[in-house]
Write a new protein. Structure first.
Length: 306
Protein backbone atom coordinates (compact mmCIF):
# COMPACT_ATOMS: atom_id res chain seq x y z
CA UNK A 1 0.00 0.00 0.00
CA UNK A 2 1.42 3.38 -1.06
CA UNK A 3 1.96 6.36 1.24
CA UNK A 4 -0.87 8.29 -0.45
CA UNK A 5 -3.29 5.44 0.09
CA UNK A 6 -2.21 5.17 3.72
CA UNK A 7 -2.80 8.90 4.15
CA UNK A 8 -6.27 8.67 2.59
CA UNK A 9 -7.11 5.74 4.84
CA UNK A 10 -5.92 7.65 7.90
CA UNK A 11 -8.00 10.71 6.90
CA UNK A 12 -11.08 8.53 6.44
CA UNK A 13 -10.53 6.88 9.81
CA UNK A 14 -9.85 10.15 11.67
CA UNK A 15 -12.22 12.84 10.36
CA UNK A 16 -12.10 14.85 13.60
CA UNK A 17 -8.31 15.07 13.60
CA UNK A 18 -8.38 16.17 9.97
CA UNK A 19 -10.94 18.86 10.79
CA UNK A 20 -8.68 20.13 13.58
CA UNK A 21 -5.68 20.25 11.25
CA UNK A 22 -7.68 22.21 8.65
CA UNK A 23 -8.85 24.66 11.28
CA UNK A 24 -5.29 25.14 12.59
CA UNK A 25 -4.23 26.05 9.06
CA UNK A 26 -7.09 28.56 8.79
CA UNK A 27 -6.13 29.90 12.23
CA UNK A 28 -2.52 30.43 11.18
CA UNK A 29 -3.58 32.17 7.97
CA UNK A 30 -5.88 34.57 9.83
CA UNK A 31 -3.22 35.32 12.47
CA UNK A 32 -0.65 35.92 9.76
CA UNK A 33 -3.06 38.26 7.97
CA UNK A 34 -3.66 40.20 11.21
CA UNK A 35 0.08 40.70 11.69
CA UNK A 36 0.53 41.84 8.07
CA UNK A 37 -2.27 44.38 8.39
CA UNK A 38 -0.87 45.66 11.71
CA UNK A 39 2.57 46.15 10.18
CA UNK A 40 1.06 47.89 7.16
CA UNK A 41 -0.88 50.30 9.42
CA UNK A 42 2.24 50.95 11.50
CA UNK A 43 4.13 52.06 8.40
CA UNK A 44 1.34 54.07 6.76
CA UNK A 45 -0.23 55.93 9.72
CA UNK A 46 1.96 58.68 11.16
CA UNK A 47 -0.28 59.77 14.03
CA UNK A 48 0.58 57.68 17.11
CA UNK A 49 -2.90 57.72 18.64
CA UNK A 50 -4.71 56.82 15.39
CA UNK A 51 -2.13 54.13 14.61
CA UNK A 52 -2.53 52.56 18.06
CA UNK A 53 -6.34 52.51 17.85
CA UNK A 54 -6.30 51.12 14.31
CA UNK A 55 -3.96 48.30 15.28
CA UNK A 56 -6.08 47.43 18.31
CA UNK A 57 -9.22 47.50 16.18
CA UNK A 58 -7.74 45.07 13.65
CA UNK A 59 -6.61 42.80 16.49
CA UNK A 60 -10.09 42.69 18.07
CA UNK A 61 -11.79 42.12 14.70
CA UNK A 62 -9.38 39.31 13.89
CA UNK A 63 -9.94 37.47 17.16
CA UNK A 64 -13.70 37.90 16.84
CA UNK A 65 -13.54 36.44 13.34
CA UNK A 66 -11.58 33.45 14.63
CA UNK A 67 -14.18 32.74 17.32
CA UNK A 68 -17.03 32.91 14.80
CA UNK A 69 -15.16 30.68 12.34
CA UNK A 70 -14.43 28.14 15.08
CA UNK A 71 -18.08 27.97 16.12
CA UNK A 72 -19.36 27.64 12.55
CA UNK A 73 -16.64 25.18 11.55
CA UNK A 74 -17.08 22.73 14.39
CA UNK A 75 -20.86 23.04 14.67
CA UNK A 76 -21.22 22.14 11.02
CA UNK A 77 -24.14 24.51 10.46
CA UNK A 78 -25.06 28.10 11.27
CA UNK A 79 -28.43 26.94 12.64
CA UNK A 80 -26.67 25.50 15.69
CA UNK A 81 -24.94 28.80 16.36
CA UNK A 82 -27.10 29.87 19.33
CA UNK A 83 -26.88 26.44 20.97
CA UNK A 84 -23.13 26.37 20.66
CA UNK A 85 -22.88 29.90 21.98
CA UNK A 86 -24.99 28.96 25.01
CA UNK A 87 -22.91 25.91 25.83
CA UNK A 88 -19.69 27.76 25.21
CA UNK A 89 -20.73 30.65 27.45
CA UNK A 90 -21.84 28.33 30.27
CA UNK A 91 -18.58 26.40 30.18
CA UNK A 92 -16.43 29.49 30.00
CA UNK A 93 -18.36 31.20 32.79
CA UNK A 94 -17.73 28.24 35.06
CA UNK A 95 -14.08 27.52 34.28
CA UNK A 96 -12.70 30.88 33.15
CA UNK A 97 -14.53 33.45 35.23
CA UNK A 98 -11.55 35.76 35.69
CA UNK A 99 -10.65 35.65 31.99
CA UNK A 100 -14.22 36.47 30.95
CA UNK A 101 -14.33 39.31 33.46
CA UNK A 102 -11.06 40.66 32.06
CA UNK A 103 -12.41 40.58 28.50
CA UNK A 104 -15.64 42.23 29.65
CA UNK A 105 -13.51 44.82 31.43
CA UNK A 106 -11.60 45.60 28.23
CA UNK A 107 -14.90 46.12 26.37
CA UNK A 108 -16.15 48.32 29.20
CA UNK A 109 -12.93 50.36 29.18
CA UNK A 110 -13.20 50.84 25.41
CA UNK A 111 -16.90 51.75 25.29
CA UNK A 112 -17.17 53.88 28.43
CA UNK A 113 -13.64 55.29 28.02
CA UNK A 114 -12.75 54.75 31.67
CA UNK A 115 -9.14 55.42 30.71
CA UNK A 116 -6.90 55.17 27.67
CA UNK A 117 -3.16 55.06 26.90
CA UNK A 118 -1.55 58.29 28.10
CA UNK A 119 -3.83 58.70 31.13
CA UNK A 120 -2.42 58.68 34.66
CA UNK A 121 -4.56 56.51 36.90
CA UNK A 122 -4.63 54.75 40.24
CA UNK A 123 -6.38 51.37 40.34
CA UNK A 124 -6.22 48.56 42.90
CA UNK A 125 -3.71 50.61 44.88
CA UNK A 126 -1.33 50.92 41.91
CA UNK A 127 -0.55 54.33 40.46
CA UNK A 128 0.98 54.95 37.05
CA UNK A 129 0.69 56.05 33.43
CA UNK A 130 -1.30 53.76 31.12
CA UNK A 131 0.92 52.67 28.23
CA UNK A 132 -1.23 49.91 26.74
CA UNK A 133 -4.70 48.36 27.03
CA UNK A 134 -5.32 44.97 25.41
CA UNK A 135 -8.12 42.43 25.64
CA UNK A 136 -6.86 41.02 28.96
CA UNK A 137 -4.45 43.42 30.65
CA UNK A 138 -3.84 47.09 31.28
CA UNK A 139 -0.13 47.88 31.20
CA UNK A 140 1.16 50.78 33.34
CA UNK A 141 4.45 52.51 34.00
CA UNK A 142 4.44 52.67 37.79
CA UNK A 143 4.98 55.88 39.76
CA UNK A 144 5.41 56.46 43.49
CA UNK A 145 6.16 53.53 45.81
CA UNK A 146 9.74 54.00 47.10
CA UNK A 147 10.28 57.01 44.80
CA UNK A 148 9.13 60.34 46.22
CA UNK A 149 6.37 62.34 44.55
CA UNK A 150 5.03 61.32 41.11
CA UNK A 151 8.21 59.96 39.55
CA UNK A 152 8.57 56.71 37.61
CA UNK A 153 9.91 53.71 39.49
CA UNK A 154 10.96 51.95 36.29
CA UNK A 155 8.64 49.00 36.88
CA UNK A 156 6.07 48.06 34.23
CA UNK A 157 2.88 46.70 35.80
CA UNK A 158 0.35 44.46 34.06
CA UNK A 159 -3.06 44.59 35.72
CA UNK A 160 -6.11 42.50 34.85
CA UNK A 161 -8.90 44.51 33.24
CA UNK A 162 -11.29 42.78 35.64
CA UNK A 163 -10.28 45.30 38.32
CA UNK A 164 -12.41 48.00 36.67
CA UNK A 165 -15.40 46.23 38.24
CA UNK A 166 -13.83 45.66 41.66
CA UNK A 167 -13.04 49.09 43.03
CA UNK A 168 -12.57 52.80 42.39
CA UNK A 169 -10.46 54.13 39.53
CA UNK A 170 -8.71 57.46 40.01
CA UNK A 171 -7.99 59.27 36.75
CA UNK A 172 -5.62 62.23 36.92
CA UNK A 173 -6.03 63.37 33.33
CA UNK A 174 -9.43 62.45 31.88
CA UNK A 175 -11.61 65.50 31.05
CA UNK A 176 -9.50 67.70 33.34
CA UNK A 177 -5.70 67.23 32.98
CA UNK A 178 -4.91 69.37 36.03
CA UNK A 179 -4.81 68.73 39.75
CA UNK A 180 -4.80 70.92 42.85
CA UNK A 181 -1.69 70.87 44.97
CA UNK A 182 -0.58 72.75 48.09
CA UNK A 183 2.26 73.23 50.54
CA UNK A 184 2.81 75.03 53.86
CA UNK A 185 5.23 77.82 54.74
CA UNK A 186 5.96 78.58 58.43
CA UNK A 187 6.49 82.33 59.00
CA UNK A 188 7.88 83.57 62.33
CA UNK A 189 5.73 85.80 64.53
CA UNK A 190 6.82 89.44 64.23
CA UNK A 191 7.43 89.21 60.50
CA UNK A 192 5.75 91.56 58.02
CA UNK A 193 2.74 89.32 57.31
CA UNK A 194 1.15 91.57 54.67
CA UNK A 195 4.42 91.69 52.75
CA UNK A 196 4.74 87.90 52.99
CA UNK A 197 1.20 87.42 51.63
CA UNK A 198 1.81 89.75 48.69
CA UNK A 199 5.11 88.06 47.79
CA UNK A 200 3.68 84.53 47.84
CA UNK A 201 0.52 85.38 45.89
CA UNK A 202 2.47 87.40 43.32
CA UNK A 203 4.97 84.59 42.69
CA UNK A 204 2.25 81.94 42.48
CA UNK A 205 0.10 84.04 40.13
CA UNK A 206 3.00 84.79 37.78
CA UNK A 207 4.43 81.28 37.66
CA UNK A 208 1.08 79.52 37.35
CA UNK A 209 -0.68 81.94 34.99
CA UNK A 210 -0.41 79.55 32.02
CA UNK A 211 -1.93 76.64 33.94
CA UNK A 212 -4.63 78.87 35.41
CA UNK A 213 -5.71 80.13 31.98
CA UNK A 214 -5.74 76.69 30.37
CA UNK A 215 -7.47 74.99 33.28
CA UNK A 216 -10.34 77.50 33.44
CA UNK A 217 -11.51 76.50 29.97
CA UNK A 218 -11.28 72.78 30.78
CA UNK A 219 -12.99 73.26 34.14
CA UNK A 220 -15.96 74.94 32.44
CA UNK A 221 -16.40 71.77 30.35
CA UNK A 222 -16.28 69.62 33.49
CA UNK A 223 -18.90 71.78 35.24
CA UNK A 224 -21.18 71.56 32.19
CA UNK A 225 -20.71 67.80 31.84
CA UNK A 226 -21.05 66.71 35.49
CA UNK A 227 -23.17 67.67 38.45
CA UNK A 228 -20.45 69.61 40.24
CA UNK A 229 -20.14 73.09 41.69
CA UNK A 230 -17.68 75.63 40.38
CA UNK A 231 -14.25 75.82 42.03
CA UNK A 232 -11.53 78.39 42.62
CA UNK A 233 -8.90 78.06 39.89
CA UNK A 234 -6.62 80.98 40.81
CA UNK A 235 -3.94 80.40 43.50
CA UNK A 236 -5.27 80.94 47.03
CA UNK A 237 -3.52 81.55 50.32
CA UNK A 238 -4.88 80.58 53.75
CA UNK A 239 -3.34 81.57 57.09
CA UNK A 240 -3.59 79.75 60.40
CA UNK A 241 -2.00 80.53 63.77
CA UNK A 242 -0.03 77.85 65.59
CA UNK A 243 1.92 77.77 68.86
CA UNK A 244 5.22 78.30 67.09
CA UNK A 245 4.56 80.22 63.87
CA UNK A 246 2.04 81.60 61.39
CA UNK A 247 1.36 78.91 58.85
CA UNK A 248 0.80 79.95 55.22
CA UNK A 249 -1.00 77.36 53.09
CA UNK A 250 -0.67 77.96 49.35
CA UNK A 251 -3.14 76.08 47.15
CA UNK A 252 -2.84 76.13 43.36
CA UNK A 253 -3.62 74.21 40.20
CA UNK A 254 -0.96 72.52 38.07
CA UNK A 255 -0.48 70.06 35.21
CA UNK A 256 -0.77 66.53 36.62
CA UNK A 257 2.67 65.55 35.26
CA UNK A 258 4.52 68.61 36.60
CA UNK A 259 3.44 68.69 40.24
CA UNK A 260 6.87 68.02 41.76
CA UNK A 261 8.74 70.35 39.40
CA UNK A 262 6.35 73.28 39.94
CA UNK A 263 6.45 72.84 43.72
CA UNK A 264 10.25 73.03 43.54
CA UNK A 265 10.15 76.24 41.49
CA UNK A 266 7.63 77.89 43.80
CA UNK A 267 9.58 77.05 46.94
CA UNK A 268 12.86 78.20 45.47
CA UNK A 269 11.46 81.49 44.13
CA UNK A 270 9.68 82.28 47.41
CA UNK A 271 12.88 81.55 49.33
CA UNK A 272 14.87 83.97 47.16
CA UNK A 273 12.28 86.76 47.53
CA UNK A 274 12.07 86.30 51.31
CA UNK A 275 15.85 86.60 51.60
CA UNK A 276 15.65 89.94 49.75
CA UNK A 277 13.43 91.44 52.49
CA UNK A 278 16.47 91.82 54.79
CA UNK A 279 14.82 90.23 57.82
CA UNK A 280 11.31 91.67 57.43
CA UNK A 281 10.10 88.13 56.77
CA UNK A 282 11.71 85.19 58.55
CA UNK A 283 10.92 81.53 58.00
CA UNK A 284 10.20 79.82 61.30
CA UNK A 285 11.51 76.59 62.73
CA UNK A 286 10.63 74.50 65.75
CA UNK A 287 11.75 76.19 68.97
CA UNK A 288 11.89 75.31 72.66
CA UNK A 289 11.03 77.96 75.23
CA UNK A 290 12.51 77.63 78.72
CA UNK A 291 9.94 78.95 81.18
CA UNK A 292 12.09 78.87 84.32
CA UNK A 293 15.63 77.89 85.23
CA UNK A 294 15.82 76.27 88.68
CA UNK A 295 17.85 78.10 91.33
CA UNK A 296 21.31 76.74 92.02
CA UNK A 297 22.95 77.47 95.41
CA UNK A 298 26.70 77.18 95.59
CA UNK A 299 28.41 77.50 99.02
CA UNK A 300 32.10 78.26 99.01
CA UNK A 301 33.98 77.84 102.28
CA UNK A 302 37.41 79.36 102.10
CA UNK A 303 38.47 77.43 105.19
CA UNK A 304 38.00 74.05 103.45
CA UNK A 305 41.23 72.53 102.30
CA UNK A 306 41.72 70.15 99.49
Amino acid sequence: MTEIELLKEWVSANPLAMSVIKFVIVLLVVLFAIQLIRRYLKKKIANTVIRYKAQKGIEILGYTLLVILAIIYFSGSIKDFTIIIGLFTAGMAFTLQELILSIAGSVYIFLVKVYQPGDRIEINGIKGDVIDVDSIYTTMMEIGEWVSSDNYTGRIVKLSNAFVFKGPIYNYSQDFPFIWDEFNLPIRYGSDIDLAKSIIIKIASEMLSEYTTESKHDWEKVVNKYYIEDAQIDPTLAISLTDNWIQFNLRYIVDFKKRRYIKHLLNDKIRVEIEKTNGKIILASATVELIKIPDINVNLDSNNKV
